[in-house]
Design a protein. Structure first.
Length: 133
């Protein structure tokens, strides 16, 4: 069933999993330009960065926190009309002071830029001085 949680999620050897060849995924870990997106720089503690992300994501409609631990967050984001699920993951790298991100559709080939737009929206909110955007 396509809406089931995929097996290619989570952290392996300290990194988020790679993107598939399809254009419906973006990741800070990707080396090719079509999938790459910049990470989120942060200051302060890992707990502060994680709490800020959770706060931002809690304000996004149709978004559910699935997994949370000290440095990893996994959210499911559902589309409004067809209820398609995208997986949005964050890995907080305390040493590099950056949040790695991966956002991927579970079904289909193209996402019409939805995952990249979502990551850009979260990045803008994270970098903003206003948490309630």
């Amino acid at each position: 069933m396509p809406s089931q949680k995929p097996e290619n999620l989570g952290v392996v050897d300290g990194k988020l999993r790679g993107c598939p060849d399809s254009p419906n995924c973006v990741s800070t870990e990707a080396v090719d330009g079509s999938h790459h997106t910049p990470g989120f720089a942060f200051t302060g503690s890992v707990a502060d960065a994680r709490n800020r992300l959770v706060h931002i994501m809690s304000q996004m409609p149709r978004t559910t926190l699935v997994t949370e631990n000290q440095n990893y967050l996994h959210f499911e984001c559902r589309s409004r009309l067809f209820r398609f699920v995208d997986d949005l993951e964050f890995l907080i790298d305390a040493d590099a002071r950056v949040i790695q991100v991966r956002s991927a559709s579970r079904v289909g080939y193209s996402d019409l830029g939805v995952n990249r737009a979502r990551v850009n929206q979260v990045r803008a909110a994270f970098e903003s001085n206003h948490l309630d955007q």
